[in-house]
Design a protein around this ligand. Sequence first.
Ligand SMILES: Cc1cc2nc3c(=O)[nH]c(=O)nc-3n(C[C@H](O)[C@H](O)[C@H](O)COP(=O)(O)O)c2cc1C
Length: 372
Amino acid sequence: MKNTFGSAIGITLFGESHGEAIGVVIDGLAPGREIDREEISRMLTLRRPSGSISTARVEGDEYRIISGAMAGYTTGAPLTVIIPNENVSSKDYSKIKDTPRPSHADYAAHCKYHGYEDYRGGGHFSGRITAPLVVAGAILTSALAKKGVHIGTHISALHGICDRGFQNICEDIAMLRKKSFPTLSDDAEAKMREEILYARGQGDSVGGVLESAIIGLPAGVGEPWFDSVESVISHLLFSVGGVKGVEFGDGFGLAELYGSEANDPFCIEDGRIKTKTNRAGGINGGITNGMPVTVRCAVKPTPSIYKEQNTVNLADMTEESLLIDGRHDPAIIHRARVVIDAVLAIAVADLLTVRYGTDYLSEKSESKREKR
Ligand SMILES: Cc1cc2nc3c(=O)[nH]c(=O)nc-3n(C[C@H](O)[C@H](O)[C@H](O)COP(=O)(O)O)c2cc1C
């Protein structure tokens, strides 16, 4: 099982939903970067379930940094974060061992790991593993903010209910940072919450579309071909369980247009080269063009639902009906938002570090050695 991502900054995830602990190792972090505990706490809180629109499994997410930091700053050595699992009820999942949940990872994991996989609570495939991913993302989000790079995500659609699009992206991102249910319009939030509760009442679940914007990225970041900005970002977005589609800028909509409608004409504003529209989502030829990077991802409905479903019994090789118990989110999209923010921060930090070097995200422009 290879669980490492990144060219200049490597992220390795470990742990299982009902194991002793989950965590992340971040390698390639610049030394002298202050660990922003407030940002970690803010982002973990947004990921944590709360209220009737989320799972009843609530974890404290008491994390410990056990290597790579000293006196509140990164040392430059691999930084390891551990989050113990506390609120675990494995008995709920005994059924999954032989009767895989439709559209979850149970059967695919069984085929890959020959029955040795930890199936409890989705094991290594559980949404729970996104908690350490969020810690890694929070450390990098704070580092990026110091460089003027800001990231925000909102639920642009949920089961047919639409939010307004980004307008003043800078102000919208600042507003979204504070919202536990990430919509730009209050009306959309009320309707979406109602829809999630309706699905929950039916023993069902709903999905939706998340729209993200990254501002402050300089032009010229990214590589042509294989490590294009789109490739790196979508690699990370598709790593998040439940993400099934990704598009940049106007994405699939561009396919419907004439070139004259799809192109973003260049202009000069305040002495800076910009484009009048941003249908390409801030990326040309795999490389940033200085406009906001915009990306949308489709999040499917939570696979674990409380309706009867067809499955198979792997031990008996018979077809069976399945009624899932355990604790599950009727929608994951509002919690997945901060996971998406986190992976975008990881992607951008990696791209910037490749472009400008390993000290780019360091807080101190002068190293201790240079001062001596
Ligand atoms: C934050 C978060 C929470 C999740 N919670 C659940 C859950 O409670 N129940 C569930 O069946 N799936 C949950 N998922 C989705 C599964 O992790 C995902 O569907 C599964 O790993 C299969 O991957 P795939 O949907 O990408 O094929 C969650 C995902 C995220 C990102």
